[in-house]
Design a protein around this ligand. Structure first.
Ligand code: THU
Length: 130
């Protein structure tokens, strides 16, 4: 099995999802080649929950990397899961527009989109004028 898919499936097993029951696993390959993983972590105060993608980004940044070259997200949805709007912005912070994110079902269906495809017209640092 593709190592990104395997990493995402493995970390998905640790998802803390007592409220939605919807477990998600994410894997990001840092520029160094190392793979970082994250799962969704829900909270009884619902808005405090975090997505799998955010967890993988946090692991990558905590390890000292600030860019990734590919992503993989898997969930138990009927169709390949797509990152929420907030996660699209978070992914765009650390991935170039041509970086491919593969979204998948547990059964193995996959759909791939670039970061630019996930978030066309993203707000980026150029708008800050510096
Ligand atoms: N979720 C993710 O972790 N990533 C996605 O791409 C879609 C949604 C989580 C948030 C929440 O814990 C659960 O899935 C249901 O929305």
């Amino acid at each position: 099995m593709n190592e990104m898919r395997q990493a995402a499936l493995e970390v998905r097993e640790n998802a803390h999802v007592p409220y939605s029951g919807f477990a998600v696993g994410a894997a990001l390959r840092g520029a160094s080649g190392k793979i970082y993983r994250g799962c969704n972590v829900e909270n009884v105060a619902y808005p405090e929950g975090t997505c799998a993608e955010a967890g993988a980004i946090a692991a990558m940044v905590a390890a000292g990397e600030t860019s990734f070259t590919e992503g993989y997200v898997v969930a138990g949805s009927p169709l390949p899961v797509t990152p929420c709007g907030g996660c699209r912005q978070k992914l765009a912070e650390f991935g170039a527009g041509d970086v491919v994110v593969t979204m998948a079902t547990v059964e193995g269906a996959e759909r791939s989109l670039t970061i630019a495809g996930l978030l066309p017209g993203a707000f980026d640092p150029s708008f800050l004028g510096r």
